[in-house]
Design a protein around this ligand. Structure first.
Ligand code: CP
Length: 318
């Protein structure tokens, strides 16, 4: 069956504004499924999905699994620990062996940038990128867009500042592509050591003072310092980083408007974001997590060949 999104979802760079909007629109009715006492629809009944997580994850892994189960798919979870990957089996051999058991889709998180595309080019099943190295995390970008759209009613014209460790962030890359395609204004803010070069050529504004970002933006997307991807020297100390770049209540109180704060998680409380911001009135961090399930249901459903108007298709099948 031909999908509106093509065979795989590798990143938002490869999608059009219409495809991104179709995913967000398809997620809307799926939100309601998670509010029911019986959280299940038959949209992917009979489909088998493998979640291949070769890197740690709480939100994305569990959210994909909920999304798959709520669509009535059969799911299998594979982690590198405990699988034959730990004995040296290659990614492609693992995936081909899974395909030999007649699967339909693979959701993959991998520490190497490009792993999802590499896999998608070598297996017949649909591949969904759940985060590949420093490249992209498209479903995180989509759930951030949906959360912004819920809050502001639009994406076009919004001013969004992505703050912190942009250099190591696949979330930043997916957000930049998605926001620009939907007509938002995008800035990045952080120390020069944590900002990649060349973003200005995409139309992204670069800022080095968190006060400037807070003064400009409608929404801040605050990124975690990815200490595990740093070999030292990127910031003098975590205390220093918090003093200069931390998103604090005192700083937000000086914002000219009602600024919204997103964070993809996991958070380093007291480093890039203070607890009274994370848990305070500006925060949409938990609504982001809730939206993650609906967005992933939409992506799974569309990649399986579902029509964007899920409700009318479901009605036709009754
Ligand atoms: N946002 C995100 O990717 O979180 P996890 O690493 O917990 O999946």
């Amino acid at each position: 069956m031909t999908s509106l999104l093509g065979k795989d979802l590798i990143g938002l760079e490869g999608l059009t504004a219409d495809q991104i909007t179709a995913i967000l629109d398809t997620a809307e009715p799926f939100k309601e499924v998670s509010e029911r006492s019986i959280k299940k629809v038959p949209a992917l009944r009979g489909k088998t999905i493998v979640n291949l997580f070769f890197e740690a994850s709480t939100r994305t892994r569990i959210s994909f699994e909920f999304a798959e189960k709520r669509l009535s798919a059969d799911t299998v979870n594979v982690a590198s620990q405990g699988s034959s990957v730990s004995k040296g089996e290659t990614l492609v051999d693992t995936a081909r062996n899974l395909e030999a058991m007649r699967i339909d889709m693979v959701v993959i998180r991998h520490h190497s940038s490009g792993a999802a595309q590499f896999l998608g080019e070598r297996i017949r099943s649909n591949v969904i990128n759940a985060g590949d190295g420093k490249h992209e995390h498209p479903t995180q970008g989509l759930l951030d867009l949906l959360t912004l759209r819920d809050r502001f009613g639009r994406i076009k014209g919004l001013k969004v500042a992505i703050c912190g460790d942009v250099l190591h962030s696949r979330v930043a890359r997916s957000n930049i592509w998605g926001l620009l395609k939907l007509g938002a204004q995008v800035a990045v803010c952080g120390p020069p050591t944590l900002l990649p070069r060349g973003l200005e050529s995409l139309g992204v504004t670069v800022m080095h003072h968190i006060e400037d970002a807070i003064g400009w933006a409608d929404a801040l997307n605050v990124l975690r310092l990815q200490l595990e991807r740093m070999e030292g020297g990127f910031v003098p100390s975590l205390r220093e980083y918090n003093r200069i770049f931390g998103v604090t209540r005192e700083r937000l109180e000086r914002a000219p408007g009602d600024i919204v704060v997103l964070h993809p998680g996991p958070m380093n409380r007291g480093v890039e974001i203070d607890s009274d911001v994370a848990d305070g009135p500006h925060s949409v961090i938990l609504p982001q997590v809730t939206n993650g399930v609906a967005v992933r249901m939409a992506v799974l459903y569309l990649l399986a060949g579902g029509a964007p108007d899920w409700r009318s298709q479901a009605a036709d099948e009754r």
